[in-house]
Write a protein that binds this ligand. Structure first.
Ligand SMILES: Cc1cc2nc3c(=O)[nH]c(=O)nc-3n(C[C@H](O)[C@H](O)[C@H](O)COP(=O)(O)OP(=O)(O)OC[C@H]3O[C@@H](n4cnc5c(N)ncnc54)[C@H](O)[C@@H]3O)c2cc1C
Length: 312
């Protein structure tokens, strides 16, 4: 299956320091540089500019300061300070207030309590300013602790927060019932990480079947769920289910990644559906970029063309 093999291949490439260095030198250098297809820029100002262009198309947005798997508390603290600065810049800019973040960016791999403290600092700044904060889901070893931290903060009264569930994981249908019972918002995705057979479905058809089952559940019992996919078949199924069950289009939203299926993003808006674009930015873009290539190897052709054009 192309998906699993390409995920494995690009997952390995993502570990390459040499490739990261080369990509970092060329990937964002020019407005047409290859990584800018999927990444809005390296600074919050560039991200806000990209966000304004999306809002002009009546698209909603979620800003994501790229970064993950930090190995020191100093780096985690720096990422936390940068998120606080992003919140202030977004507040000043007037664009929509919605951010996504990863717990390993806040130090989860180093010290769980520090990561929770860093997240609480961000929520203390974000919630009073009217932000919604989504905790991205990383690979499966983090699923338990991510949901545990989420539920703890939810019980402590932080309510402008949401989580992500991956249909590829066998456990996710159980987790969905747990999260919807809280009344919390779920972003439903297929799953971007290479996962072992013991915890995840391995074929696209099994992942899609689980995605479909979870979509029924989250559309019927969820709380403003986010159907996050570029898969036309899944999107059509969601629209059909909503129609058949009289679920109004303002009771859920579709979500897509910056630069992916831009045609579908605008056509759904024209049909009256809320569509939110996940807008990643920052200097730490290489792992995210590799995941995007892993999802669709055809993107490599685009990258090579961009590099050739730039060097031509
Ligand atoms: C808003 C949002 C947030 C996400 N957050 C997370 C998260 O927190 N954790 C996580 O594990 N995953 C996350 N993902 C990624 C997700 O898990 C999938 O890996 C990704 O969405 C690709 O799967 P798909 O649903 O589009 O379906 P697929 O079956 O993979 O693709 C369906 C079609 O979509 C198009 N497509 C899909 N991916 C690409 C691409 N990269 N480039 C170009 N075309 C493409 C192709 O036409 C493809 O045929 C997120 C995705 C979105 C949209």
């Amino acid at each position: 299956m192309v998906g699993r093999a390409s995920k494995t291949f690009f997952h390995l490439l993502a570990q390459s320091g040499v490739l990261k260095k080369m990509a970092s030198r060329y990937g964002m250098r020019h407005p047409t540089s290859f990584a800018r297809r999927f990444i809005a820029g390296e600074t919050v100002e560039e991200a806000i500019e990209a966000a304004r262009a999306l809002e002009a198309k009546r698209l909603h947005l979620a800003l994501d300061l790229l970064g993950e798997s930090v190995t020191s508390l100093d780096t985690a603290d720096a990422a936390t300070r940068e998120y606080l600065a992003v919140i202030d810049a977004v507040t000043r800019s007037g664009i929509e207030r919605n951010i996504s973040l990863k717990l390993t960016q806040l130090g989860l791999d180093v010290d769980k309590a520090s990561a929770v403290d860093n997240l609480r600092k961000i929520l203390e700044r974000a919630e009073p300013a009217g932000f919604f904060v989504r905790i991205d889901m990383e690979n499966s070893p983090y699923a338990d602790v991510t949901l545990e931290i989420f539920e703890t903060l939810w019980q402590q009264g932080y309510r402008q927060i949401g989580v992500v569930l991956q249909s590829a994981l066998h456990r996710s249908e159980r987790d969905l019932h747990r999260i919807t019972a809280l009344g919390a918002r779920v972003r439903l995705v297929k799953g971007a990480y290479k996962e072992p057979k013991s915890v995840a479905y391995q074929t696209k058809s099994d992942v899609d079947a689980a995605y479909t089952r979870m979509m029924w559940t989250v559309l019927s019992t969820g709380h403003y769920p986010a159907i996050a996919t570029h898969d036309r078949a899944m999107i059509d199924l969601a629209r059909q289910f909503a129609r058949e069950h009289n679920i109004a289009s303002d009771q859920f939203e579709f979500q897509m990644l910056y630069g992916v299926r831009r045609d579908l993003q605008t056509s759904l808006v024209k049909e009256g559906y809320p569509v939110r674009v996940y807008v990643p930015f920052g200097r730490e873009w290489f792992p995210y970029f590799m995941r995007r290539l892993g999802e669709r190897p055809a993107n490599v052709a685009f990258v090579l063309r961009a590099i050739l054009n730039e060097s031509g």
